[in-house]
Design a protein around this ligand. Structure first.
Ligand SMILES: NC(=O)c1ccc[n+]([C@@H]2O[C@H](COP(=O)([O-])OP(=O)(O)OC[C@H]3O[C@@H](n4cnc5c(N)ncnc54)[C@H](OP(=O)(O)O)[C@@H]3O)[C@@H](O)[C@H]2O)c1
Length: 223
């Protein structure tokens, strides 16, 4: 018997990156809850996604706390300025679950410069806010939303770092389901590199006049 896929709540799933991930995972058969500060905004993101996907997909729109309460895995895709408040709003519903943090702690206007928060990284800040009862895993920071809202292969690998190997293994399954190659890149202390790399990629985009540069790991056989 095949195991049922877990329900994924995407907090701030009304935005560019969240909608792209929702498209990929809903298409792969995961039940998806789009979270927002406003129910109506979540529902209109769902309507937009439904137009692009088969009728059989499971997508629902609701507030962030409602989505967090009803899902088995949480994903946060909000600007860093909204990171703390969003996490505080769902803290009680996240306990015992995995939170995939996609947030990059960019500090506008100097977004091509690495500027980490006092906790060390957004992922470590999430762990401080949510507590030891939540597994926090960083992933997708280096994947531009422009690659996600279509079925084209993504030529950028996903580095997965987080608070436990078991949680990283679960998130690697989500990376694969979204059609990307992921690598277990170690503990949550390594989040500084994964999150910081986004500013390097933003710099490369400007420097070389491209839209979405990316990275690929070499030297390890690909299946
Ligand atoms: N865009 C990319 O290509 C990309 C790539 C990799 C990583 N990321 C990271 O992923 C995160 C989301 O990026 P994005 O481009 O998807 O962002 P976005 O579209 O600007 O915002 C995503 C959602 O966050 C919520 N939000 C925005 N401002 C807020 C505020 N002040 N308070 C509370 N909620 C707020 C909004 O949801 P509601 O209004 O519905 O609540 C919004 O739809 C960022 O940390 C970004 O660095 C982005």
């Amino acid at each position: 018997m095949t195991e049922a896929l877990p329900t994924i709540a995407i907090l701030g799933g009304t935005g560019k990156e969240g909608k792209g991930l929702a498209y990929r995972w809903a298409g792969a058969g995961y039940p998806i809850l789009i979270g927002s500060r406003q129910t109506e905004k979540a529902q209109s993101a769902v309507a937009e996604l439904r137009k692009l996907l088969p009728a059989t997909v499971y997508l629902e729109g609701m507030t962030n706390p409602e989505a967090a309460q009803q899902a088995g895995i949480l994903v946060i895709t909000v600007p860093f300025a909204a990171h703390r408040a969003t996490l505080e709003s769902i803290r009680e519903y996240a306990q015992g679950k995995i939170l995939v943090d996609v947030t990059v702690p960019l500090v506008p206007p100097k977004v091509s410069r690495v500027q980490m928060p006092p906790a060390g990284s957004a992922a470590q800040e999430a762990r401080e806010i949510l507590g030891e009862g939540v597994e926090v895993v960083d992933a997708f920071q280096n994947i531009s939303y422009e690659h996600l809202l279509n079925d084209e292969p993504v030529e950028c690998d996903v580095l997965v770092v987080g608070s436990s190997k078991a949680a990283r293994t679960e998130v690697l399954k989500l990376v694969q389901a979204a059609g990307m190659v992921g690598w277990d890149a170690g503990t949550i202390e390594n989040a500084v590199v994964v999150e910081g790399l986004t500013s390097v990629l933003i710099y490369l985009n400007k420097q070389y006049g491209v839209e979405s540069s990316g990275i690929r790991i070499t030297g390890i056989p690909r299946d």
